[in-house]
Design a protein around this ligand. Structure first.
Ligand code: ME8
Length: 636
């Protein structure tokens, strides 16, 4: 049996999970279920990341020991996964003794082989992100990832000699162009973080206690990211007495991660594995964020509805469906309660639920049981039958690239075709006209189409598939894999609606009442970006021409540009060095905010701002007028 090893990130046990967190795990669960359904021997891993200063601090604030604190949080994680029907095979905790043993062992091995060395770390650290930054990484002096202040730290520490593996990593990416998807994110990582040179990484801390200690120098706690990344191999027994599971499942076939943790997985992780002589995972799948108000949903920024509350009220499948259909497979995707409720109503309740109940009602009203197909109208029937028969290969194709979004859309394309088939064949008219022979065929085909939908939904919406199986009176949904005319005679039962129709207004009120903080963030989403024309008029935008541009010494981000705006020439510093070679900019037109307060960056006074456009895939371009406009021209 072919093995298939799937991992999610291990979630920080510093607080509860929100809807954004659920995205990764729901994706992974769909992939796990799908691969089991095609006969693979799946190992699906998730878990919790339990060490670090943030957890130590949160535990203290809660009046608990760190272990007592994470135990409670982890129980909550498991409740969320239960509510969402997540079928993980193992839940790894970084506080597991076997995991901690392996982290120590690998650290020692790397030290012994010269990959880890002792030095002095001086720099900046963001506690919530557990990440060190160089001054040039900061945005407005704050953490580039979470926007919070960073702390200055100076301490003896051990460094991981990542720089030694620079050439190897470059060659690895060049020879494995499909290692990291989406491609745009891979290019961003490669061009902006690998190519310019990888620095050695400080991999221990001495300022807190809660973590895995370096066993030959116990003042030092191992950096949480080294600790955390190793979960993917400790969980399957690497380095233990019995490595059978590891031997069977490593390398991972797919590792799901969010875009904020891609750098760690795309640089440190491969180097770590290579340094200890292990093969690389086959695929890193990096998704975007579920956003609210244009921002990543995060507890610290205002919440996100509690996944268990949503599952209890709307069913796990409603939440799963919304996440996989409209979620951020590659690009960020916004969540609003309205979108959520409307999607349930239109796709699940109307398109699927109504089709099912109407079909079953017509079978019950006109026949004892599912009728045998009789009179065929090839022109009308065959497109539906073809869609049923092609579905398996279309889903296989989508799932080979982990495109869970495309797979679910294929299933709902069959639902849409079946609804069209109802419109064209008009079974209620056939019944009225007593054309029972044609009606038999039409209802049989609709029955089969619904069976096919249920069969394929098993990997994505398991509760719905099970309910449908019972209503269709077929225990073994695999019978619907390929169209045939043998499944007549089943005693269907219409039962309750698959998905209750929701009153949008009532539900929005309900959601607001249970989570006012999250609802407030959503409401702001609608109004916060609106400014008046007077606000806009305050900004003086002009066309400028870049006369010269050069790198600012000591910064890998900043360019010092000399810009002509009408009769005036100004120096404007912009953080675009990673996207433009200075020479490329000379002569270009651009749009400048001219009335911005001057600011000193790396000792250079910057007067104004050059406007740029960027996207989630890491592209950035300066904005230019579409044709010749003299410098100094107004932009409005
Ligand atoms: O990063 N939308 O843990 P974590 C989509 N412990 N995904 C989101 C999200 C959102 N709004 N917010 C978070 C960690 N995520 C580390 C991982 S792995 C060796 C260590 C995703 O709990 C995020 O991108 O902060 C990440 O993939 C996962 O949730 C866990 O985040």
């Amino acid at each position: 049996m072919e093995k298939y090893y799937i991992t999610t990130p291990i979630y920080y046990a510093s607080g509860t999970l929100h809807l954004g967190h659920c995205y990764t795990t729901v994706l992974a669960d769909c992939v796990a279920r799908y691969n089991r359904s095609i006969g693979r021997d799946v190992f699906f891993l998730t878990g919790s990341d339990e060490h670090g200063l943030k957890i130590e601090t949160n535990a203290k604030a809660a009046g608990l020991s760190p272990q007592g604190f994470v135990d409670k949080i982890v129980d909550g994680f498991k409740d969320v996964w239960r509510a969402l029907n997540i079928t993980y095979d193992k839940f790894i905790r970084t506080s597991d003794a076997s995991h901690m043993e392996l982290v120590k062992k690998i650290f020692k091995k790397l030290y012994d082989q010269g990959d880890i060395y002792k030095g002095e770390y001086k720099g900046l650290y963001c506690v919530p992100c557990e990440t060190y930054f160089a001054q040039s990484d900061l945005v407005d002096g704050k953490c580039p990832d979470c926007g919070r202040p960073v702390s200055k730290v100076s301490e003896p520490c051990y460094f991981f000699r990542l720089s030694k593996y620079q050439k190897w990593l470059e060659e690895f990416y060049e020879s494995h162009p499909d290692f990291l998807v989406p491609e745009a994110r891979k290019n961003e990582i490669f061009n902006n973080f690998i190519k310019p040179g990888i620095s050695d990484l400080c991999v221990t801390r001495t300022t807190f206690d809660w973590g895995v200690k370096v066993d030959f120098d116990t003042k030092h706690v191992i950096y949480v990211w080294i600790d955390a990344l190793l979960n993917y191999i400790s969980a399957i027994g690497y380095g233990s007495e019995d490595e059978k599971t590891f031997q069977k499942y490593w390398p991972a076939d797919i590792q799901f991660i969010g875009r904020d943790i891609t750098r760690f997985h795309a640089i440190i992780w491969p180097i770590l594995l290579h340094a200890i002589g292990l093969p690389m995972p086959k695929l890193l799948h990096s998704h975007g964020f579920v956003t609210q108000k244009g921002d990543k949903i995060s507890k610290s920024k205002g919440g996100g509805f509690d996944p268990i509350t949503l599952c209890n009220r709307y069913g796990a499948d409603a939440v799963r469906y919304w996440l996989i259909k409209d979620g951020p497979i590659y690009q960020d995707a916004p969540y609003t309660s309205e979108l959520f409720i409307k999607t349930i109503n239109s796709d699940l309740c109307n398109n699927l639920g109504n089709l099912l109940s109407r079909t079953l009602a017509m079978i019950e009203q006109n026949f004892d049981s599912v009728p045998k197909a009789d009179v065929v109208d090839k022109d009308v029937d065959n497109p539906l039958i073809d869609r049923i028969n092609n579905l398996d290969s279309k889903i296989r194709e989508a799932m080979a690239d982990a495109r869970i979004d495309l797979a679910i859309n294929e299933i709902f394309a069959l639902v849409a075709d079946a609804n069209k088939y109802v419109d064209v064949t008009m079974p209620w008219a056939l019944s009225k006209n007593k054309d029972m022979k044609r009606l038999s065929t039409v209802l049989y085909n609709l029955y089969f189409a619904l069976g096919s939908v249920a069969y394929h939904l098993q990997s994505f919406l398991p509760d719905t598939a099970a309910k449908m199986a019972s209503m269709l009176a077929q225990k073994d949904l695999a019978k619907f894999k390929e169209y045939n005319t043998k499944l007549y005679g089943a005693k269907v039962s219409k039962g309750e609606a698959l998905f209750a129709r929701l009153n949008v207004e009532d539900e929005l009120k309900y959601l607001e009442s249970i989570d006012p903080k999250a609802a407030k963030v959503e409401q702001q989403a609608e109004t916060v970006n609106l400014i008046t024309i007077d606000d806009f008029d305050k900004i003086d935008l002009r066309v400028g021409q870049i006369l010269d541009s050069e790198k600012i010494e000591g910064s890998d981000k900043l360019l010092k540009n000399t810009v002509k705006i009408g009769d005036e020439t100004r120096i404007i510093v912009s953080g675009i060095a990673k996207y433009y070679n200075p020479k490329e900019l000379v002569g270009k037109s651009c749009v400048v905010v001219t009335n911005l307060k001057p600011i000193k960056l790396r000792g250079v006074e910057s007067r104004g701002m050059i406007l740029c456009a960027s996207d989630d895939d890491g592209n950035l371009k300066i904005i230019c007028p579409d044709g010749d406009i003299k410098s100094g021209g107004q932009v409005n």
